[in-house]
Write a protein that binds this ligand. Sequence first.
Ligand SMILES: [Zn+2]
Length: 109
Amino acid sequence: MDGREIRLGDLLDDYCPRCRLLLDHAVASMVGAQVAKVICQTCYTEHVFRHGQSGKRKSDPRATLFDQVLSKLSDSDPESAKQESSVPAKPAARATSRPQRKPPRGRPK
Ligand SMILES: [Zn+2]
């Protein structure tokens, strides 16, 4: 942090989502001076550098899951609408579309 330059391949501690531990990681990629991805030196999983955080963010991950469920529900909305339209009342249009006017006889050719 104090001016020490981090380079690719440098080892640093980070939380490995697979090992679920704070372990040695090698810097795999960087964006500018920021470490972007690291590779766990225990399981060799490459993941986003978490700055030693356990991946738990302020927002509850369940919220995103819930959002996913919500989006799935909204996706199924048209289907339920389809179900509604597939059980239509008797087509009233047919009664009105019934020709009540007699076709004029002797229509011009
Ligand atoms: Zn690991």
